[in-house]
Ligand binder design. Structure first.
Ligand SMILES: Cc1cc2nc3c(=O)[nH]c(=O)nc-3n(C[C@H](O)[C@H](O)[C@H](O)COP(=O)(O)O)c2cc1C
Length: 326
């Protein structure tokens, strides 16, 4: 018998496969489907502040208020209407599933993060995933200022929350190791590497913007794989992998690299959520074949920190003598 159980953010998971945040988890039925299909935990669809602001704006339009105080008042109503459904989702998901339920929050303005986060905690979320995404477009704004914006959010949440939280980020930082350890030092229990954002495309016939393909490809796993292998054991918090995990080999590779948990999303759309069971079976079979009885027997075995050849993780160029191809 092999034991798939593991720990992530201090939570006990029956297995390391987490059904990641997406619209599959915007209803209790969806959350339950992923839990019943064997996920170790489920991350809910993010609560987006932008969405709430739009709701509030439409409320103010309807009421035809031009007055600033009235706007502020109605904005608050809008904000409490939006989360109300989300809070209900957390409460019902907690009631109907036995796996940990992780709420997800995306906000723009720092004071709001703490306000919403404590509501999600009070509704019973086991943990929070902070979907933090700032797209830098201003050539005058330097990277330290942008990173400081993320870190202020983390600090505020650490002051406010009793439940653990992880920060889900994209891969575009000049010194990812430094940034990740700062996030951990300011109080995050975990990092989710990486978010795969909405892809922007261009329609050359209609000469306008268009949405790109929304699902990942299995080849995209190389990015989180390298970074988890480099960061594992070094940044002071758990690492969950996200992006490009489409099969059990992907799950195994990321655990070997040092991930505490592995999130899946696109593959659940492409192959149905029941596919989680197949991922688990593949992991279990591989563990048996290799004589591993628990996840900790092999987790992080191929991280850079303990590697005999740490330089191999840092190779970026196709130099034949090192990588065998040119
Ligand atoms: C349709 C769709 C909706 C998503 N919604 C969210 C979301 O609300 N919050 C979030 O943090 N990530 C969201 N994601 C990103 C996924 O959680 C995941 O990080 C990303 O798709 C990469 O993982 P994958 O390769 O397994 O798909 C969404 C992805 C898809 C495809």
């Amino acid at each position: 018998m092999v034991d798939l159980s593991t720990e992530y953010l201090g939570l006990k998971l029956s297995n390391p496969i987490i059904a990641g945040s997406s619209s599959l988890h915007k209803s209790v039925d969806g959350v339950k489907r992923s839990a019943d299909s064997g996920a170790g935990a489920v991350v809910l669809k993010s609560l987006f502040e932008e969405q709430l602001a739009l709701d509030a704006a439409s409320l103010t339009d309807q009421a035809s208020f031009g007055h600033a105080e009235a706007y502020e008042y109605l904005s608050k109503i809008g904000m409490s209407l939006g989360p109300r459904e989300y809070l209900k989702l957390i409460e019902e998901a907690k009631r109907s599933c036995s796996v940990p339920v992780i709420a997800s929050l995306n906000c723009i303005a720092p004071p709001r993060w703490a306000e919403y986060a404590s509501q999600l905690e009070a509704a019973g979320a086991d943990a929070l995933e902070v979907n933090a995404a700032i797209l830098p477009t201003n050539p005058e704004e330097d990277s330290s200022k942008i990173e400081e914006r993320y870190l202020r959010i983390v600090e505020k949440l650490a002051e406010t929350l009793s439940i653990p939280f992880a920060v889900k980020i994209g891969p575009y930082f000049s010194s990812l190791p430094n940034f990740c350890s700062q996030i951990a030092r300011r109080g995050a229990r975990g990092l989710v590497l990486f978010n795969r954002f909405y892809q922007l495309d261009i329609d050359p016939e209609r000469l306008c913007l268009a949405p790109g393909y929304r699902f990942s490809f299995p080849e995209e796993i190389y990015l989180p794989l390298r970074w988890i292998a480099i960061l594992s054991g070094r940044v002071g918090c758990d690492l969950a992998a996200s992006t490009g995990v489409h099969d059990s080999q992907g799950v195994i590779k990321l655990l070997l690299a040092g991930a505490s948990a592995v999130q899946v999303c696109s593959v659940l759309y492409l192959k149905q959520v029941q596919y989680i069971e197949k991922l688990k079976q593949g992991l279990e079979k591989w563990m048996k074949e290799h004589g591993f009885r628990s996840i900790n027997d092999f987790r992080g075995k191929l991280r850079q920190q303990t590697a005999e050849d740490p330089e191999a993780y840092e190779r970026l160029q196709y130099i034949k003598v090192f990588v065998g191809i040119e």
